[in-house]
Design a protein around this ligand. Structure first.
Ligand code: CP
Length: 343
């Protein structure tokens, strides 16, 4: 226990530990969801609860508390049907930091090649006693489908072009850390909005927390009806940078593009790539984010990616904390249901 305060009440003196101080500072919030499938369905309060819990984990890590017992005896399965570096690794580490056992599934070498279905594969892995399933799949809605077939909690780690909720949560956490608040900030999402699950989740989350969102890119990569989500459209990055507090440079998703959406990579980089010269025309203190993986020299130059305004690696660090937070809150929900005797 780390003593961080002393309170005198009459003849009594109370020592406050970190945990007790946090308990008095935070409202007593209860997590009421079994799954985390997207930011579309989460309220501003729920998003804030995930961010605040992640911030608490970050504070504890700074104080040297890296490992917690919260998920001891529980099993988290990582089912990744699409490639991943950041999301897969950080969900795995997040589960271990909370003392869960982990199961890692990849389609290559699995019985999918013998004709086993997606649902049967997941149900068989769940039958080994899995409590939470983290799933990435190329088909939009795949995690939602699993949530209807499994008893376990399901976390969406990216479903096709639909949503990538934990990426948006870590982006928003990083912005909040840098700027103190989301309220009133202008956040510009640049690039392949059409194919980007990161853009869609960011838009839901940022708008709910009070940010102004601009989407910017080639007209072929911005769906016109995106304005229905409350965002503004720009085709001119230089015009919007002077009013942008945070710029998030989305990856050009060559693997999801079935036709040429712009004449050449060189032209894309010329018009929408962030280099040092273009960044210097941005608003003072503009923060540069990128979900990764980065196509260096396309969405942003190496100088900007590794430069002083870039928080690209902070995003990765924060991703671990945000994913710990999601696993922790879903586990709280499950424990409460178990206490009540509900499944
Ligand atoms: N940003 C992101 O989802 O990265 P990975 O594909 O490496 O998980």
């Amino acid at each position: 226990m780390r003593v961080v305060g002393i309170v005198k009440l009459g003849q009594f003196v109370f020592l406050l530990s970190t945990e007790e101080t946090m308990a008095t500072e935070r409202p007593n919030r209860v997590w009421n969801r079994k799954h985390i499938l997207g930011l579309e369905e989460l309220s501003a309060e729920e998003i804030t609860q995930i961010l605040d819990q992640a911030a608490e984990f970050k504070q504890q890590a700074k104080e040297g508390v890296l490992k917690l017992n919260s998920l001891r005896g529980k099993v988290v399965a990582n089912l990744f049907f699409e490639p991943s570096t950041r999301t897969r690794t950080s969900f795995g580490l997040a589960a271990k930091r909370l003392s869960a056992d982990t199961v890692d599934f990849s389609p290559s070498g699995s019985s999918l090649s013998k004709g086993e279905t997606f649902i049967d594969t997941a149900k068989n892995i769940e039958a080994m006693g899995v409590d939470q399933v983290v799933v990435r799949h190329a088909t939009p809605g795949a995690p939602h489908l699993l949530s209807k077939h499994l008893q376990a909690s399901v976390l969406n780690a990216g479903d096709g072009t639909h949503e990538h909720p934990t990426q948006a949560l870590l982006d928003i956490f990083t912005i909040r850390e840098q700027k103190g608040t989301l309220e009133g900030l202008t956040v510009t999402l640049v690039g392949d909005i059409l194919h980007s699950r990161v853009a869609r989740s960011n838009i839901w989350g940022l708008k709910k927390l009070g940010a102004r969102v601009i989407v910017c890119g080639p007209s072929t990569l911005i769906p016109r009806d995106i304005t229905q989500l409350g965002v503004e459209i720009s085709y001119d990055l230089d015009a919007v940078l002077p009013e942008t507090d945070c710029v998030n440079l989305l990856r050009v998703q060559f693997e999801r593009q079935r036709s040429a959406f712009f004449p050449s990579i060189r032209e894309y980089a010329h018009l929408f790539g962030l280099n040092t010269e273009r960044a210097s025309r941005g608003k003072e203190g503009m923060v540069v984010l990128a979900p990764g993986p980065i196509n260096r020299g396309v969405e942003l130059s190496t100088e900007v990616a590794d430069g002083p305004h870039s928080v690209v690696l902070d995003q990765v660090t924060n991703g671990l904390l945000v994913r710990m937070s999601c696993l922790y809150l879903l586990n709280q929900y499950q424990d409460r249901q178990a206490e009540r005797g509900d499944s």
